[in-house]
Design a protein around this ligand. Sequence first.
Ligand code: SAM
Length: 355
Amino acid sequence: MAVRPTQLRRALLQSPSRLRQTAPNTIQHPELQHLLSAAPSAFSSACPFSSTITTRTQNTPDYAVPNPSRPTHFGFQTVTEAEKVERVATVFTSVAESYDRMNDLMSFGWHRIWKDYFVTSLNPGFSPLTSGLDPRAPQHILDIAGGTGDIAFRMLQTAHVVNGNPDVRVTISDINPAMLTVGKQRSTLLPASQQAALSFVEANAEDLTRTAPLSPPGTRTPAPTSTIPDASVDLYTVAFGIRNFSNIPAALREAYRVLKPGGVFACLEFSKADAHPLLNTLYKEWSFRAIPLIGQLVAGDRDSYQYLVESIEKFPSQAEFRDMIVDAGFVVGGQGYEDLTGGVAAIHKGMKPRV
Ligand SMILES: C[S@@+](CC[C@H](N)C(=O)[O-])C[C@H]1O[C@@H](n2cnc3c(N)ncnc32)[C@H](O)[C@@H]1O
């Protein structure tokens, strides 16, 4: 029996549980056996939560085209898309130096657990859905809004060390050179092989056709010199970044454009804990009372942290955001997201369909 990887992967997408139950006992073909053994991690990257698949035809509606004068929100204020870009830049330039310390203080270190879980669930370096039979195929990971590097560094550690795949490279992309500069400084502590697999670019996630190399501190951002080509990325990640974008549908369409067929979009973001009223009340009290105060005392910047908690409040619910991902053309498995800590944060994943 000749089993092509594409056939198996289609079968996995259509009915993974049935295939897993029946195939190992009934089909002994070596290609199939190999892919089945790889499938749990590769498949869970794309459709982790059940065998139900949701997909919608991709189009580009007007609201998904960036428009500098269109109203959006900056926390609880209404501003234009262009103003939001400027004001978000001011926030992250202000918090860049204290960002990592503040993350630990604001979340009691919990953000580290979420990030570890996020990266582990994606299993970088092992059997990407964009590759053929080789479980350790080369992989290009694009970490959007990558900031000071927390996700990218974990990706390299898992891919190179845990999965023994040195052919995984990570591009950290962010609109803010101050955040990237802190990330670049931190990256000097990584093993040389991991540093060599990292690159830093400045780009707005809503238009990845215009990227520039990271500019040295204190210099002007250079004019965009490069582009992230269509279908060039195996895994696109964005952690705690997307709620800051002026036009989320535009960014989702850029994610779709740069991913290869079979490539995975994965987002870790604060979300809604409404299903747990007590937790939700405590969480809101902590967010709105303590975090701006800690921002004032530790970073000398109350307003930026006030914005950060308001931006969490304004971000869509898990189901609304899942629908935006589907509208951009991705397929999602099951309900399309996984709640972390009762929904305080959530992971959303979608796969660019193979045609
Ligand atoms: C809260 S930080 C998250 C950093 C990192 N991903 C992490 O998990 O620690 C949000 C990041 O989003 C970046 N950002 C905001 N708007 C952006 C945009 N339109 N395009 C790319 N990055 C953006 C900010 O500059 C900032 O570095």
